[in-house]
Design a protein around this ligand. Structure first.
Ligand code: ATP
Ligand code: MG
Length: 425
């Protein structure tokens, strides 16, 4: 029996990678005083209809919606922001704090055609910075995404694209002009864009179709419809990104798939040109809570697709985990007391280790560690024990050292520092 199409099991081997990402995200977000929030996976369908908009792909065709036993229309959340905005209002969190910095990680559901980088159940790590309309908030959230990618060593494989999509009035004006322009070429547009021309013309800007893209090169630019406030907000954001030395490209065609955005829109994409190359999508949404019947809470946030991020960082993280694991190989497992003494020192220094339980001979055990990609192997064998010592093999360099047991604690402290300072990862 197979899992449902578009879903998959996350196996122990991959969970380690998830935990590393969680750890890095958690530390970074904690430093920026973000709090984790967990909202239900099930929500009333009309939450998403109201927030995301009926004409978007998500609401139009991607939602997992069903009737429950009480005949209510329920939807498996397709994204996080709508639920967080609802949670802030229904728990009145906004009344206690002017600013709320919230983050989440969990499964999302969209009925899409499964393909590389696209599943029906996938996971997002997301943040929402609620309570400020200033561009410094936009800069802060972008910096956090950037920091996480730097720590995962995948910043060089990605680039940031930003745009301003102005406010609702500016966009309405632009939509009229854009539609008028595109109508002249309607027969040459791709099928999806044809359908969008009256429903959601802005999404056409995002088309991956070459012919449509060519038509768009002569189209009116949203940028020229922005008012002073929108422009200044965007210029201030650019100024701060420059100061932070976060490189970006201004992409005039970047719009987000959801209706609720205003001002800033951004995406972090991999440098590959395949269709599913967006790792992180975000932007500002100042009117969402008002749209939900609450007060206006200006906000900005992003969501990272964890599966896509993992594809990018898997090798690095896996290598680092193995590299930082110390292998303990013995010629005879009955040397319990010295084995437990070594384990206890490793525990003291909070180092990850694996004790080989097999009855293989020593050289086979060392070979296995080497094949795994282990850097350091502690060898407990009679030859060294006769001199109250153990042997340390640095498997990558071939260096071997005999360490008196009385010095072992000090030596392991040195290894700990080595991992922290000299690690190639
Ligand atoms: P795309 O253009 O790839 O469909 P989107 O605009 O629908 O993306 P968002 O709603 O902004 O995506 O979601 C943020 C991130 O979540 C995406 O950049 C991507 O990394 C991830 N994501 C979105 N949909 C899926 C999916 N079906 N499977 C896996 N990851 C996804
Ligand atoms: Mg999508």
């Amino acid at each position: 029996m197979q899992p449902i199409r578009g879903t998959k099991d996350i196996l122990p081997n991959d969970i380690e990678i998830w935990q590393q990402i969680y750890k890095i995200a958690y530390n970074t977000l904690n430093n920026y005083n973000y709090s984790e929030i967990r909202t239900p996976i099930l929500e009333n369908t009309n939450l998403f209809e109201r927030c995301i908009g009926n004409l978007t792909d998500i609401v139009n065709k991607e939602m997992y919606t069903f009737k429950d036993q009480g005949n209510r229309s329920i939807t498996l959340r397709p994204e996080g922001t709508s639920s967080i905005a609802r949670a802030v209002l229904s728990n009145k969190i906004n009344l206690n704090n002017k600013m709320n910095r919230l983050w989440y990680l969990g499964p999302m559901f969209r009925y899409e055609r499964p393909q590389k980088g696209r599943q029906r159940q996938f996971h997002q790590l997301g943040i929402e910075c609620m309570g400020s309309e200033k561009s410094i908030a936009d800069a802060e959230v972008i910096k956090i995404a950037y920091n996480i990618l730097v720590q995962l060593k995948c910043d060089t494989q990605c680039h940031l694209e930003i745009n301003s999509i102005g406010n609702i009035e500016e966009r309405e004006l632009y939509k009229i002009e854009l539609t008028e322009y595109l109508e002249k070429y309607v027969n040459e547009l791709d099928e999806d864009s044809k359908k969008r021309i009256h429903k959601n013309p802005l999404r056409i800007l995002d088309s991956k179709n070459k012919k449509t893209q060519q038509i768009l090169t002569e189209a009116p630019l949203l940028h020229n419809y922005l008012g002073k406030l929108s422009k200044t907000h965007f210029e201030n954001l650019c100024k701060q990104l420059n100061y932070l030395d976060i490189k970006y490209k201004i992409n005039n065609y970047l719009v987000r798939g959801l209706d609720y955005y205003n001002y800033t829109a951004f995406e972090i994409k991999t440098n590959e040109t395949n269709q599913q190359n967006t790792i992180c999508g975000g932007g500002r949404y100042d009117y969402l809570t008002h749209q939900l019947g609450g007060p206006k809470i200006p906000a900005v946030g992003w969501a990272i697709g964890i599966e896509r991020l993992i594809t990018l960082t898997k090798y690095q993280i896996k290598t680092k985990i193995i590299y930082n694991t110390i292998y303990i190989a013995t010629d005879n497992l009955e040397k319990e007391s010295i084995i437990w003494d070594v384990v206890s020192i490793l525990e003291t220094y909070n180092l990850r280790f694996e004790l080989d339980f097999t009855d293989k001979n020593l050289s086979k055990k060392i070979k296995k560690a080497s094949q795994m990609g282990i850097y350091i192997c502690i060898i407990i064998s009679q030859r060294e024990l006769d001199n109250n010592s153990v042997r340390i093999h640095w498997l990558k360099t071939g260096q071997k050292q005999i360490i008196p047991i009385s010095n072992l604690q000090e030596y392991i402290n040195y290894i700990k520092n080595f991992f922290q300072l000299d690690s190639p990862f």
